[in-house]
Design a protein around this ligand. Structure first.
Ligand SMILES: Cc1cc2nc3c(=O)[nH]c(=O)nc-3n(C[C@H](O)[C@H](O)[C@H](O)COP(=O)(O)OP(=O)(O)OC[C@H]3O[C@@H](n4cnc5c(N)ncnc54)[C@H](O)[C@@H]3O)c2cc1C
Ligand SMILES: *[C@@H]1O[C@H](CO)[C@@H](O)[C@H](O)[C@H]1NC(C)=O
Ligand SMILES: *[C@@H]1O[C@H](CO)[C@@H](O)[C@H](O)[C@H]1NC(C)=O
Ligand SMILES: *[C@@H]1O[C@H](CO)[C@@H](O)[C@H](O)[C@H]1NC(C)=O
Ligand SMILES: *[C@@H]1O[C@H](CO)[C@@H](O)[C@H](O)[C@H]1NC(C)=O
Length: 515
């Protein structure tokens, strides 16, 4: 099968007026980048270097390490980095922040560089690159792990597994842990254990003014609330503690199906029964699918791939899958894998296409409760129409993530800044216009039409929702941070208290930058 998943497939007063003006991510990306005077790396080396630990590095575009340090997943709207600073130890981070503040330099933390949103394109200044802070240590007595800011999904899963533990992570090997966690963090363990954010115990954080604090239920509880859902807006996490769990599922059964256009209606009817509006048993990791072109199946119509992941044996999974077998798929494939290999099943391993850096991704997203079968047909027909018009976009993926949600629903909605606990299904659109194809506008239009269909299918009573880590950059603050007025009021008040100068203004900002 081709590389498809990972998503799984595989997330103050001016605010509202500005948010409304961002009709499309391109507009935001084309807004002026805040002024930052030219920043020679030599002057940062001289001014900051002596205050940092031995292993820290400071370099500019002439350095051989530059291409690796500034490589990003999403090439659509890239931050304008003038100097990279790599801390050698966590304690370097407050020093870097204080130096930047004293010299009027913008700073921005980058870990694995997978942010999708165009809002990061408005950054200009020093990139604090935390990728070298990769310690992961396990405390077996406390059943916790301490992870440094640079921890990545791949190593986290691997290191814990070797010691007999698992925890909540994202599904894609190449993505960081902190980025997803601060916005919630969806993954295969969530049916059992909830979001990544639900499993945090404490965060070591450097605030906008360079002060280092610990954020937990008992220390800065207001920030503890905010950083689990809107965390990118409040500080730099240098390390964090999270819960871990003994391995109880030695092996997962997976079953992959290949369907075609004639299956759309019966497939989504069966999927709605399977997910039962958020009631799927957490023994299931979930069911994940994609519409994309697969020429070996059809050159004119999208092929529909679906993967089911079960924390148990084929025999135990069989009853729930029989109705999908009965649909008459074009192909079926199956196997058993340990938790560490699920990203390969979701075709999101380190070497997968899905992890391939440096491409323009025009994206869209929506959170749903159930599939609207009529809309799924409209989306399928729209897909075929768009690709027939612009065949260069045949790599476009409409990704459907249906994790089990029992663990997520256990979390109290008001208990954190994550507002989307009643989104059962996570939709993601990804078109990759080839360089110089001139197809970006066409792809934007398609992405917006797709989002509109998803949202219309939910019925009037549900407002559009946006998982903050999947946002493209044009979405409303309410759709990301919650419609209940108290949520944004509380977040804005905390911004005024902890980040009055809006230093953390680049990742789907609660207080958008002025134009
Ligand atoms: C291929 C792919 C697969 C994905 N799979 C999943 C998934 O399975 N589950 C899921 O929930 N999401 C998933 N996402 C979305 C993911 O949560 C976001 O893209 C996330 O921001 C990526 O984090 P990063 O470290 O890789 O990227 P970065 O760009 O390095 O970080 C993203 C943002 O997080 C902030 N940040 C990073 N490090 C810190 C820190 N130490 N302290 C404070 N802020 C920080 C910064 O604002 C930064 O802009 C996926 C994205 C991609 C592109
Ligand atoms: C500095 O880096 C070297 C080489 O990567 C490593 O062996 C050493 O442990 C590091 N020192 C500290 C204090 O982190
Ligand atoms: C799904 O469940 C929610 C409550 O969790 C309910 O409000 C909604 O009406 C249900 N939707 C359908 C289609 O049954
Ligand atoms: C499904 O979507 C269609 C088209 O937007 C809409 O008319 C219909 O009411 C939706 N069905 C349900 C059950 O919400
Ligand atoms: C930094 O900000 C925090 C939170 O607003 C505040 O408590 C602290 O006193 C500030 N530190 C300095 C040195 O100003």
């Amino acid at each position: 099968m081709p590389s498809l998943y990972c998503f799984v497939a595989l997330g103050i007063t001016l605010t509202q007026a500005l948010a409304a003006a961002y009709t499309n991510p391109k507009d935001y990306a084309q807004m002026p980048v805040p002024r930052q005077s030219p920043l020679p790396s030599e002057s940062v080396q001289q001014g900051l270097g002596p205050s940092l630990s031995k292993n820290a590095s400071i370099f500019g575009p002439d350095d051989s390490r530059w291409p690796d340090a500034t490589e990003r997943y999403q090439d659509f709207a890239v931050p304008q980095v003038q100097v990279v600073v790599q801390p050698g130890v966590e304690d370097d981070i407050p020093t870097i922040v204080k130096y930047a503040n004293e010299h009027g330099i913008n700073f921005f933390v980058v870990n694995r560089g997978h942010s999708l949103t165009s809002t990061v394109g408005r950054f200009n200044g020093i990139q604090i690159d935390v990728r070298s802070l990769t310690d992961i240590s396990i405390n077996k007595d406390a059943m916790t792990a301490k992870l440094q800011a640079g921890a990545r999904n791949y190593e986290t899963i691997d290191v814990l597994w070797k010691e007999g533990y698992v925890t909540t992570t994202g599904s894609c090997s190449c993505v960081g842990m902190v980025g997803p966690a601060l916005g919630g963090g969806h993954g295969v363990q969530q049916g059992v254990h909830g979001l990544i954010a639900d499993n945090l115990i404490g965060l070591n954080v450097v605030l906008a003014n360079g002060t280092a604090i610990t954020v937990s239920e008992t220390s800065y509880p207001d920030l503890w609330w905010a950083m689990r859902g809107a965390g990118h807006n409040f500080g730099i996490v240098t390390s964090f503690d999270m819960k871990i769990y003994p391995v109880t599922v030695p092996s997962y059964y997976y079953r992959n199906y290949v369907f075609t256009g004639k299956h759309v209606e019966p497939l989504f009817e069966e999927l709605n029964k399977f997910h039962a509006n958020g009631s799927l048993s957490p023994t299931w990791g979930g069911a994940f699918g994609v519409y994309t072109m697969e020429p070996s199946v059809s050159t004119t119509e999208a092929t529909i791939f679906w993967t089911f992941i079960y924390g148990g044996s084929k025999e135990d999974a069989a009853a729930d899958l029989s109705s999908f077998d009965a649909l008459g798929p074009v192909a079926v494939d199956e196997g058993d894998v340990p938790f560490t290999s699920i990203s390969d099943i979701l075709i999101s391993g380190l070497e997968s296409d899905l992890c391939a850096p440096s491409k323009v991704h025009i994206t869209g997203t929506a959170g749903l409760q159930v599939y609207n079968v009529t809309v799924q047909r409209q989306l399928y027909d729209l897909y075929n129409k768009k690709v027939s018009k612009e065949p260069l976009l045949s790599g476009t993926k409409l990704v459907h993530e249906g994790y089990a949600v029992e663990g997520v629903l256990r979390g109290k909605p008001e208990g954190s800044a994550f507002p989307l606990r009643d989104d059962n299904l996570l939709m993601y659109f990804d078109a990759m216009p080839p360089p110089n194809s001139g197809l970006e506008d066409f792809a934007f239009q398609w992405a917006r039409e797709t989002e509109d269909l998803w949202n219309a299918g939910e019925g009037e009573w549900r407002k559009p929702t946006t998982y903050v880590n999947y946002a493209a950059g044009h979405e409303s603050l309410e759709s990301m941070y919650g419609y209940e007025p108290w949520r944004l009021e509380k977040l804005r008040a905390l911004k005024a208290q902890y980040d009055p100068l809006n230093k953390f203004a680049y990742y789907n900002p609660i207080v958008p930058l002025e134009s």
